[in-house]
Design a protein around this ligand. Structure first.
Ligand SMILES: [Zn+2]
Length: 137
């Protein structure tokens, strides 16, 4: 889901987000990776944490390092439902995987809406052609 604070509860940043991070012990609820940690992720999806002290050395070895910033996810995908039971601290990757099925649905809906708009603005003047063409999927 695109991250837009304006759609969120006004207490999101100052209260809800910190509360959930604390409740979930600053770890991803799905995979357990710690908040603000540095990790290296292997191709098979396994990850290991890189101690801050080793960061420079790992970087010099060209190890790909990802910094983890946990996000708060809505388990029912409804950003208005800020019941704490509906919220989980997740890392980006886990959040995206969790949301993937609904992203597909949204992408389709957005695409269909855009196409309808295009038809209004672009195809409308050529009504003759419009009638012949098969634009409906
Ligand atoms: Zn995770």
């Amino acid at each position: 889901m695109p991250y837009d604070h304006r759609q969120y509860d006004p207490l999101w940043l100052e209260k809800i987000r910190p509360d959930i991070l604390k409740r979930d012990n600053y770890h991803c609820s799905f995979c357990g990776v710690p908040h603000k940690s540095y990790i290296h992720r292997e191709r098979n999806g396994k990850w290991y944490q890189i101690p801050i002290a080793d960061l420079e050395q790992e970087k010099s070895l060209k190890v790909k390092i990802v910094r983890i910033i946990l996000v708060i996810a809505h388990m029912d995908h409804n950003i208005k439902n800020n019941d704490y039971n509906n919220l989980r601290a997740l890392r980006q990757r886990c959040h995206l995987n969790y949301d993937r099925p609904i992203h597909k649905v949204l992408r389709k809906a957005t695409f269909a809406a855009k196409r309808r708009q295009l038809r209004l603005f672009v195809v409308e003047p050529k009504k003759q052609k419009q009638n012949k063409s098969k634009t409906e999927a």
